[in-house]
Design a protein around this ligand. Structure first.
Ligand SMILES: [Zn+2]
Length: 91
């Protein structure tokens, strides 16, 4: 295969930048957060992007966060495209 690499083959920034990105920006401060885990994954099935409410197609790179929030397990996906958009505005 020649030419441009398919967009979602890998995220455009170093993985740490997605991990360090805090999509909630302190929103969750009111609740108790435990066992927080963040990773950047290539999703194997369609997920919902919490950043701007859309479907993330399978095979896309996404920031995945899971945590116990006020005693309840929750998980959130934020696609790398949305994070890129957000970070681009800040640069
Ligand atoms: Zn998104």
């Amino acid at each position: 295969m020649t030419g441009k690499q398919y967009k979602s083959m890998k995220p455009k920034r170093p993985i740490e930048e997605y991990i360090n990105f805090d999509p909630f920006d302190g929103d969750k401060e009111s609740g108790k957060i435990e066992c927080k885990r963040v990773k950047v994954v290539k999703i194997l099935k369609e997920q919902w992007c919490c950043e701007s409410d859309h479907n993330i197609p399978k095979g896309s790179w996404s920031r995945f966060e899971s945590a116990k929030y006020d005693g309840e397990w929750s998980k959130w996906y934020h696609c790398c495209d949305c994070i890129d958009k957000y970070l681009d505005e800040w640069e």
